[in-house]
Design a protein around this ligand. Structure first.
Ligand code: PMT
Length: 405
């Protein structure tokens, strides 16, 4: 959520049962480094007291367009100018209608007419109201005027109806707000990538694998989606929340991963192979659980196909990025892999000792290029490494010939 660091966010709260979730959203935005001011409608105060928002945000809540601004300015203009982004959660049917038609009869609607920053509208209401033609028409009008409308979740609503209309999870709203704030320098670029470990079966209940958690690959997929790319993520088994807006293709073994990558590589502009692919699989994998009464089994290993090398041999217009996980001689091994696998770039990292990249929230990487140049980065959060990697890819693609990234 680095994009929210030091950002000024206006949180609009209107009178729906989901107003209580806006308190959690406020906290999440603050945790991500944003300064938040809250504007409430009169009806919203019937669901959550303004004092709650005042205490947590550290600012007076803006409630009445006629009340005097303690700072002496014209508050609906000053706050509209102050905001880097606005999120209205929940947005009732009434609020949506007022914004769609330019009404200015309370603090929120008046202020919204003066806002120039990106706006995220999170409608939440009864399913029938949400699906009604006037509300849908008004939401279309908001989108046409440049606001982003978040689709509500489906589920059981307070009114007893089941269907669309629930306010999405505050973490999801915060995530979409980040996307709104990130420049779209990868808009329309198709990225195919892999993450996590592979698992190679010994028998139906046992496997060989490695310590990859998927954190590095998932951070790259998330960052690329924020930046506007169409991302397909081929993932080994991991237990992380899947990035929003990214296509998921789940695999277990290296051979399954190879089949998906071969099938899809034609349609990709950029391929990034972060997965820690098992180099060996079990040649004599058993069809049934091996019983210990049969004694210790002899496991015969055979080499897995090298997916990255296969892609390297076939690539044409693509930009192909590999990762090198080493326990020593990082530069030598990474440079060897660039040449052998026909890569445009490789990201080297160490996977032994206390600073191992496996499972950690931080990574210390070096970017290596085919022309022999390299760039070593300090230890950084994987989210930051992801952004710097995407910056480097964009820069190299631009140099290579006026590509759109
Ligand atoms: O998932 P995390 O816990 O966040 O950890 C991140 C990471 C350490 C897994 C990641 O940063 C990383 O280094 N990934 C590559 C791991 C790896 O398999 O490295 P390698 O040096 O063995 O392979 C080099 C490259 O060839 C990699 O891009 C790999 O995806 C690819 N490869 C390897 C073997 C194989 N049979 N097929 C492949 O495509």
């Amino acid at each position: 959520m680095g994009a929210l660091e030091n950002k000024k966010i206006l949180l609009g709260v209107t009178g729906g049962i989901a107003a209580y979730k806006a308190v959690e959203l406020l906290r999440l935005l603050q945790k991500a480094g944003a300064e938040v001011r809250v504007v409430m409608t009169k009806n919203a105060t019937a669901f959550v007291g303004p004092l709650t928002f005042r205490a947590i945000s550290g600012h007076a809540v803006y409630l009445d367009v006629l009340e005097e601004d303690p700072e002496g300015g014209i508050r609906h203009i000053a706050w509209a100018d102050w905001a880097d982004a606005v999120v209205i959660a929940p947005a009732t049917a009434n609020c949506v209608a007022k914004l769609a038609h330019g009404f200015a009869d309370d603090a929120l609607s008046t202020l919204m007419l003066a806002v120039r920053a990106p706006v995220l509208i999170c409608p939440a209401m009864n399913t029938h109201m949400y699906e009604s033609r006037p509300v849908q028409r008004n939401l279309d009008l908001l989108e046409a005027s440049g606001m982003t409308v978040l689709e509500p979740d489906s589920g059981d609503l307070a009114c007893g109806v089941t269907g669309p209309g629930r306010l999405p999870d505050p973490a999801f709203i915060a995530d979409r707000l980040v996307k709104l704030l990130v420049p779209k320098d990868l808009k329309g670029v198709r990225i195919l990538m892999t993450a996590g470990p592979t698992q190679e079966a010994i028998d139906p209940v046992r496997y060989i694998s490695n310590h990859s958690s998927g954190k590095m690959g998932y951070a790259i997929a998330r960052a690329a989606e924020y930046r506007g790319a169409d991302v397909a993520l081929v993932t080994g088994p991991v237990s992380l929340p899947f990035p929003v807006g990214v296509e998921r293709i789940s695999v277990k073994s290296a051979r399954e991963m190879l089949a998906v990558m071969e099938n899809r590589m034609e349609r990709a502009d950029i391929i990034i192979k972060v997965a820690a692919v098992a180099d060996f699989c079990v040649q004599n994998a058993a069809d049934h659980k091996i019983k210990k009464t049969e004694g210790a089994p002899v496991i015969v290993l055979e080499k897995n196909p090298d997916i990255l090398a296969t892609l390297g041999a076939k690539k044409s217009h693509q930009f192909l990025v590999g990762f090198a996980a080493e326990t020593r001689d990082l530069a030598a091994y990474a440079k060897d892999k660039i040449a052998r696998k026909n890569l445009d770039m490789i990201v080297g990292n160490l996977v032994s000792g206390p600073d191992s990249a496996f499972g950690s929230d931080l990574n210390t990487v070096t970017f290596f290029y085919p022309d022999g140049s390299e760039e070593a980065l300090e230890a950084l959060p994987k989210e930051r490494v992801a952004d710097l990697l995407l910056d480097a890819i964009c820069a190299r693609r631009r140099c290579r010939g006026g590509l759109d990234a």
